[in-house]
Design a protein around this ligand. Structure first.
Ligand code: FES
Ligand code: FE
Length: 404
């Protein structure tokens, strides 16, 4: 096992080794709060969608009481998967094998031909923990989830004005990225690559263009201060929630270049305004939750990127686009225009991540030094290693033996 060197990228095995991938699943994805999707995907009672995480499939349902449930998609009879569709609406969840039937809250309601004294109450579907924040559904597979409250308290004042509870998913797209999930996470934690990698992003977003140019950075800082003052005057808190210590969430508001009102290719609005934001003065709210969510909320639409590892060398990324629930396609917005910016940005990133993977697979790969614009990557890697340390002292010595 190669050593981890502080201030350098991780050794190659962290990006391709099956054993480390299994550790990532056990110690990160089975313990942390994970973003599952926006609740508008299951607006009615009986609506569900499924989500495969590692060996588990989850059924995210809206029960008859209107509450959201995360049920393990494994029948309590002999274990068959129950929901075979990615989404749908059902009065009962019926196992295709011997037709045991479950309510949408997971309770077993009928077990065909079982003895009269069979106690159905003992055979409800296993459940994962669920919490929602402004329409964003989070689940945790652990029996003892980490606290959620500090996160929701920090995020709520920043998210509330955008009224994501009044939004709906108008489009979603799944990508299979040929890269380890950590390369995908690292890519989203720095904009060192933006200048060359995302010409359209740099055109829209001031800070991306400022990377590497002190002159531009100073100009953008002055502009940002003026905009923050205007935002404060509208009773919107523009202050960021920084990653502190080993915390798993972060948010900040940034402002687009003058000629850009939203994250679109031409800078023009792509949908009706959402929420109670003061026109286009609100800029863009960016929220990151580790290990698997990037959310960007523009004044007129929002986008979520959900990251799910699907193997040591592959990652699924599900992108959701959200607009106000009353906005009508082809009347109030054009889907191609609405989705173009993040389709392009995402697809550019997936190619960069796949190229990164091919390179770290090389026998010649050696961990390289982070630059000054890669503090987000350093935080992510420190957070990741901490998760391994907290759960396994042996991993501690492995991960930090070479730290300098
Ligand atoms: Fe589901 Fe038999 S395995 S009813
Ligand atoms: Fe990128």
């Amino acid at each position: 096992m190669s050593r981890v060197i502080s201030g350098r990228s991780l050794p190659g095995e962290f990006y391709h080794d099956r054993e480390i991938f299994e550790m990532d699943m056990q110690r990160i994805f089975r313990r942390c709060w994970l973003y599952a999707g926006h609740e508008s995907r299951i607006p009615e009672r009986g609506d569900f969608f499924t989500w495969q995480i590692d060996r588990d499939s989850l059924i995210i349902t809206r029960g008859r009481d209107g509450e959201i449930n995360a049920l393990f998609n494994s029948c309590r009879h002999r274990g068959s998967i129950i929901c075979t569709e990615p989404f749908g609406r059902a009065v009962k969840l019926i196992c295709p094998y011997h037709q045991w039937a479950y309510d949408t809250d997971g309770s077993l309601t009928s077990a065909r031909l079982m003895p009269d004294d069979f106690d159905k109450s003992q055979f409800a579907l296993a459940r994962a923990h669920v919490r929602t924040l402004e329409g964003l559904i989070f689940v945790c597979l652990s029996a003892e989830p980490p606290p959620f409250e500090l996160f929701s308290e920090a995020m709520l004042p920043r998210l509330l004005a955008h009224e994501l509870t009044e939004a709906r998913v108008c489009h979603q797209k799944e990508y299979s990225v040929d890269a380890n999930w950590k390369l995908v996470a690292e890519n989203s934690r720095e904009c060192y690559h933006c200048g060359a990698g995302h010409p359209q992003y740099v055109k829209a977003v001031g800070f991306a263009a400022a990377i590497g140019s002190k002159l531009l950075a100073a100009e953008d800082r002055a502009q940002e201060e003026a905009r923050q003052a205007r935002l404060s005057a509208c009773n919107l808190d523009p202050s960021p929630v920084p990653f502190a210590g080993d915390s798993w969430y972060h948010c900040r508001r940034f402002y687009l270049r003058d000629e850009f009102l939203t994250e679109s290719l031409d800078g023009k609005p792509v949908a009706p305004l959402m929420g109670r934001v003061p026109g286009y003065e609100a800029g863009v709210l960016a929220v990151v939750t580790l290990p698997n969510l990037l959310l960007e909320v523009c004044p007129d639409y929002a986008v979520t990127l959900r990251v799910t590892p699907s193997g040591p060398l592959t990652t699924r990324v599900n992108v959701e686009w959200l607009v106000h629930k009353n906005a009508l396609e082809n009347t109030d917005f054009n889907l191609d225009r609405l989705t173009a910016f993040w389709r392009l940005t995402g697809e550019q990133d997936w190619k960069l991540c796949a190229d990164n993977q091919l390179g770290v697979n090389s026998s010649a790969y050696r961990p390289g030094p982070y630059g000054p614009d890669e503090t987000g990557v350093r935080h992510f890697v420190d957070w990741y290693l901490q998760r391994l340390i907290q759960t396994d002292p042996a991993a501690h010595s492995m991960a930090l033996a070479g730290a300098q």
